[in-house]
Design a protein around this ligand. Structure first.
Ligand SMILES: [Zn+2]
Length: 60
């Protein structure tokens, strides 16, 4: 069996989310995601990147 533990799944989801968290300083904040869903603006809370703005898809 190669079933992942809940902790591993959570970690993988967080990494996946980060791939879609695009810094608006480079791309601007679009009104819609490429998939057609709305977007949510977020502020990075990581120590290395505090205060940096991102957007993420509402459908995920
Ligand atoms: Zn989307």
């Amino acid at each position: 069996m190669d079933e992942l533990s809940d902790g591993e799944k959570k970690r993988m989801k967080e990494e996946f989310d980060m791939l879609f968290a695009i810094p608006d300083v480079e791309f601007g904040i679009p009104k819609r995601c490429a998939c057609g869903g709305g977007i949510t603006k977020e502020i990075s809370q990581t120590k290395a990147d505090t205060g940096r703005r991102y957007f993420t898809c509402k459908l995920r």
